[in-house]
Design a protein around this ligand. Structure first.
Ligand code: CTP
Length: 130
């Protein structure tokens, strides 16, 4: 069984997230989605997350693409998860192109999936402020 893992905040879940999860799932047989914990987001400077981690987990669950959801709590967890869950493929949106190539050392394939144009959480928040 081919296991795929992907990570994100998934705040104000939108079509770009759904497309990404669908494409990630299609890369293998079993999709693990890592959702960032609120404290981890604050640590990495994402200060304006609207949905809390449980709401974001529920939103990811509702897409129907995740076979398993884990909470991402700390820097370095990706390597631990890859080993712990015997992951074959690490997938992430193309805005991260090249940034996760170092994970290949863990024996996974690293795939950058095309981002859906013209939609993002940042953009939705800006629209909400208009
Ligand atoms: N993603 C995507 N297409 C989009 C937006 C996001 O494929 N239009 C992907 C990202 O590349 C990432 C995953 O969805 O693999 C989770 O991204 P996240 O950072 O939670 O969403 P963004 O909308 O990019 O959030 P922000 O605007 O806060 O950066």
């Amino acid at each position: 069984m081919k296991k795929v893992i992907t990570y994100g905040t998934y705040d104000l879940l939108h079509q770009g997230h759904i497309n990404l999860l669908k494409r990630a799932k299609e890369l293998g047989d079993y999709l693990i989605v890592g959702v960032t914990n609120d404290s981890f987001d604050r640590e990495r400077g994402k200060l304006n997350v609207r949905n809390n981690v449980l709401e974001r987990v529920d939103a990811v669950k509702a897409t129907g693409y995740a076979d398993q959801i884990v909470i991402e709590d700390y820097v370095g967890q990706k390597i631990d998860d890859i080993q712990k869950y015997n992951v074959d493929i690490f997938a992430i949106g193309s805005d991260w192109e090249g940034k996760f190539d170092f994970l290949k050392e863990e024996g996974v394939a690293v795939v950058y999936l095309p981002r859906t144009p013209e939609i993002s959480t940042t953009q939705i928040k800006q629209e909400l402020h208009k």
